[in-house]
Design a protein around this ligand. Structure first.
Ligand code: HEC
Ligand code: HEC
Ligand code: HEC
Ligand code: HEC
Ligand code: HEC
Ligand code: HEC
Ligand code: HEC
Ligand code: HEC
Length: 659
């Protein structure tokens, strides 16, 4: 297949050739001119095709071929640049007139999403640290204020180990984890293959930081920052995939700054400097004054699964970056893709002819539940679009979130910046702005004590069934507990995510009695075994991750009792998925008696922590709680045969989530 431009150049050269040829008198010279033009034409087409190959062959994953300069010091200059253009003026310009908004934004994780690797930005341990995983070793060190790594070249030939030394020039993230980028050539970023987890203060291999099966497949991440990550992590990103071969990547500002949400500010600043107070036609956008749909799209430009309208849009973005501006409809330049007919048709069209994207169902599986609900975080706008509260009620991201902390807010900065919620939004306040208190904030509707966590609207209607960043996160698709619907797609239901010690059938029963829902067909285990036990032993990796997290969630521990949980958490410490093991470790180490448990991120043969955890449970709390549903008999004896039977039936289908 020819790219359009190749064809165009071919036609142009042919036309020119014919035109010239008709003007040359001698037939011999006519032929040689034609032949020469033919050669030039095909050579041009070939060169263009070569330059375009990366985009054409791999769609979104641009592969840039290049060679690093021999002198690593030279590389310090080879990082993307902050350059102001297209009416962007950057946050420092806004500060003089909006000091309060500037201060709250500075404290936000949006601000620190992308940073130049300076000592104040880098949280990872670079104090002459040697880190090794699976045969690869890294030497992390500092030279004054610079951060350096010595490692095997991640892009070196397979098998051959070629040590390289690279300066770390940029960072991504600051809340849960931090990812590091080294420069390679023409502003193309390479990714340090180990991440730093903030909570554990631990280096972990990239592959193991995601929920995915363990395999040795090596995928190069070089260049991904320039064409993918920065689209949601910077302000006014421009890959500048020059000639389709090298990069001259620029952004208006690293991090997610004022103008990502308010639009380019030059005209506003000019007007305000000239006129101060009242100004007509000020183009600056205040999302709070936009209709709910447009306001949510300001967030949705990054917080959703979205793609360009077509291939030419894709190609344009590789140079100028996304064309979306706050206040405009997102649909003008991008399509939010859901798991449905329209989403599938769009991806088919966009990826036509690209083998890597042929299997769309596996593409959807990595981000959506089978019934179309989004299952990875960072894509909340997908969930909002499917909520009646948004569609029929005009609920927007700003109904619950506050992007600036007001000066009258009594919460600490740390409390606000974690999730950036308005006051009261962890409880029922947001919901009761639209739904009648007398009808819903009642024991008739919730049938839990009104003070109980079991009465909080979002615990039933926004359960933590979404996953990313090594944790469970609230679903942003407002739904109601319904065993039939959830069980059909293997999604744990809201009730059992608190009532881990009760079978799924117990929930189905209550939902029938109290809300008139028809109970589904459930198998023998779902009727007799606690849902927490069933998901931990028989569940797939997605269910195991969610249940491991909930075994450490305070409301669930309060509802289900803590005494039996270490038995199952110790089993999950042996999980074949590293992410599940970490979640189990975190939940376990929240319990007294397990806080000092040793933990290795990548399990080694001699790792005895699962056995140690189980022994501690047996010695200290096994006798405190028994029950058939949790497989513990009086006196703390485990019903091993059923335990093993369930394990044997574990759903081993590979689960891979693309956050
Ligand atoms: C020279 C002073 C000045 C500068 C610089 C400035 N602003 Fe403003 N801005 C104002 C004034 C004055 C108002 C109107 C009064 C108010 O709401 O505080 C305003 C209002 C706003 C509003 C609210 C608009 C509305 O309709 O409610 C936003 C949002 C805003 N500015 C964002 C920015 C951003 C982003 C920048 C930097 C790109 C910036 N401002 C730079 C003076 C300035
Ligand atoms: C479609 C937009 C989008 C793209 C593309 C994207 N991200 Fe993100 N990323 C997000 C959002 C939104 C969050 C916040 C999720 C949350 O808090 O639940 C996030 C969070 C993160 C975090 C956690 C930050 C922290 O402070 O803990 C890391 C690390 C990260 N992304 C890395 C990457 C990398 C690496 C790439 C490129 C391979 C990438 N992202 C591409 C939108 C995106
Ligand atoms: C991630 C998106 C985002 C970023 C980044 C952001 N804002 Fe805002 N800003 C908002 C939203 C949303 C509102 C509406 C009120 C709210 O949520 O706090 C707002 C409100 C405002 C207002 C109006 C306040 C009022 O009282 O009406 C000003 C002024 C403002 N922002 C300035 C800034 C400046 C200056 C920066 C950068 C230093 C900035 N914003 C960064 C999203 C953002
Ligand atoms: C330019 C892309 C972009 C825009 C626009 C944007 N976000 Fe984000 N948002 C991100 C990324 C990336 C992160 C991850 C930052 C981190 O946690 O380090 C994030 C994190 C968050 C977080 C989690 C903060 C935390 O770590 O606890 C919330 C909440 C959030 N965004 C809400 C919003 C809302 C609401 C809007 C719209 C007003 C918005 N965002 C606009 C990209 C964006
Ligand atoms: C009905 C209220 C509500 C609405 C509407 C809402 N959120 Fe949230 N959001 C929450 C709550 C509550 C949390 C805290 C979840 C938790 O504690 O696990 C949250 C958490 C988040 C997080 C942080 C996830 C993490 O890493 O822990 C992000 C990002 C986010 N919301 C983005 C958005 C975006 C973008 C929109 C609009 C598309 C939106 N939210 C709409 C209530 C809401
Ligand atoms: C801006 C107004 C608004 C807000 C805020 C809001 N809702 Fe709604 N919600 C609606 C409207 C309108 C409907 C559709 C009509 C109805 O059922 O009342 C709805 C529907 C629902 C439904 C039925 C969903 C379905 O698929 O049938 C549930 C459940 C629900 N809301 C719960 C909540 C919860 C829980 C919250 C807080 C986290 C919330 N709503 C916040 C307006 C809102
Ligand atoms: C213990 C779980 C639970 C809690 C807590 C809860 N709900 Fe519900 N809610 C349900 C269930 C289950 C349904 C679905 C009933 C059905 O099948 O129609 C429902 C349905 C709804 C609906 C859909 C319309 C209707 O009347 O059926 C709305 C709206 C709603 N709830 C709002 C709320 C609000 C607001 C709160 C907090 C004050 C809340 N709920 C707390 C379990 C709960
Ligand atoms: C956020 C956690 C949470 C959620 C979600 C939750 N519950 Fe509860 N539930 C509790 C707690 C805690 C108690 C203990 C008594 C109390 O606080 O009301 C309880 C008590 C109960 C009881 C009575 C005591 C018992 O054990 O027999 C029933 C029945 C019940 N819940 C059923 C449900 C059903 C059905 C759902 C889903 C519609 C649900 N719960 C959702 C936390 C939760």
């Amino acid at each position: 297949m020819f790219a359009e431009s190749t064809l165009l150049i071919g036609l142009l050269v042919c036309g020119l050739g014919l035109l010239l040829a008709t003007r040359v008198r001698s037939p011999a010279r006519r032929w040689s001119v034609l032949a020469l033009l033919g050669v030039i034409g095909s050579a041009t087409a070939w060169v263009v095709a070569l330059y375009e190959r990366p985009l054409r062959d791999t769609g979104l994953d641009v592969v840039v071929q290049g060679k690093s300069p021999a002198d690593p010091l030279q590389l310090l200059k080879e990082r993307p640049l902050e350059v102001l253009s297209d009416g962007y003026v950057a946050s420092h310009t806004c500060r003089e007139c909006h000091p309060s908004e500037h201060a709250s934004w500075s404290a936000s994780y949006h601000r620190s999403m992308t940073q130049v690797a300076t000592p104040s930005a880098v949280i990872g341990d670079f104090q002459d640290r040697h880190v090794s995983y699976g045969g690869a070793s890294y030497f992390l060190h500092r030279r004054g204020d610079q951060f350096w790594v010595e490692m095997d070249d991640p892009d070196g030939p397979e098998g051959a180990t070629q040590r390289i030394e690279r300066p770390i020039v940029m960072t991504t993230g600051s809340h849960h984890m931090q990812v590091y980028w080294y420069s390679s050539y023409s502003r193309v970023m390479g990714q340090l293959p180990i991440f730093y987890l903030r909570q554990e203060q631990m280096w972990v291999p990239r592959d193991a930081a995601f929920l995915r099966p363990v395999d040795d497949q090596h995928v190069s991440e070089t260049g991904r920052w320039n064409v993918k990550c920065m689209f949601c992590h910077t302000t006014h990103p421009m890959p500048r995939f020059v000639n389709g071969a090298t990069m001259d990547t620029r952004v208006a500002e690293f991090g997610i700054a004022c103008e990502a949400c308010h639009g380019p500010g030059a005209a506003h600043v000019r007007l305000r400097r000239a006129n101060g107070g009242s100004v007509a036609n000020d183009p600056i956008v205040n999302p709070a004054e936009l209709p709910a749909a447009l306001a949510s799209q300001v967030c949705g430009q990054c917080h959703s699964v979205n793609f360009p309208l077509d291939r030419s849009g894709l190609r344009d973005e590789m140079n100028d970056g996304p064309r979306f501006r706050p206040g405009q409809p997102l649909a003008k330049n991008r399509v939010v893709v859901q798991r449905d007919g329209a989403g599938e048709a769009h991806l088919k069209k966009l990826f036509a002819g690209l083998p890597a994207y042929e299997d769309l169902s596996s593409h959807f599986d990595t981000q959506f539940w089978e019934d179309g609900m989004i299952r990875v975080s960072g894509r909340e706008y997908n969930g909002l679009l499917k909520s009646r509260c948004h569609v029929e009620g005009g609920m927007s991201c700003l109904s619950c979130h506050a992007l600036h902390r007001s000066d009258s807010d009594t919460r600490s900065v740390d409390e606000w910046r974690d999730d950036q919620l308005k006051p009261g939004m962890r409880a029922d306040q947001g919901c009761l702005e639209c739904h009648e208190r007398q009808r819903y904030a009642t024991t008739t509707h919730t049938f839990h004590d009104l003070q109980s966590a079991g009465s909080r609207c979002n615990n039933c209607h926004m359960p933590h069934t979404t996953y990313a960043l090594l944790k469970a996160i609230r679903s942003h698709q407002i739904s109601s507990p319904n065993v039939s619907r959830d069980d059909a797609v293997g999604r744990p239901n809201a009730c059992n995510l608190c009532h881990l010690d009760k079978p799924v059938s117990w929930t189905a029963d209550h939902l029938q009695r109290r809300y008139g829902q028809t109970p589904p067909q459930l198998d023998e285990y779902q009727q007799q075994i606690a849902a927490g036990v069933d998901w931990a032993l028989r569940g797939d990796a997605g269910q195991r991750a969610l249940v491991a997290w909930h075994m450490g969630w305070t409301p669930a521990v309060a509802a289900s009792g803590s005494e039996w949980l270490p038995l199952y958490l110790s089993a999950l410490l042996e999980d074949s998925y590293n992410a599940v093991r970490l979640l189990a470790y975190r939940s376990l180490s929240r319990q007294a008696g397990f806080r000092d448990l040793p933990f290795q991120y990548i399990r080694e043969a001699e790792d005895r922590s699962p056995q140690i955890a189980r022994q501690r449970w047996q010695q200290t709390m096994a006798k405190q709680r028994s029950g058939t549903a949790i497989l513990i008999e009086e006196g703390g004896v485990v019903r091993e045969s059923v335990f093993q039977q369930l394990l044997k039936q574990r759903d081993q289908r590979p689960v891979q989530l693309a956050e």
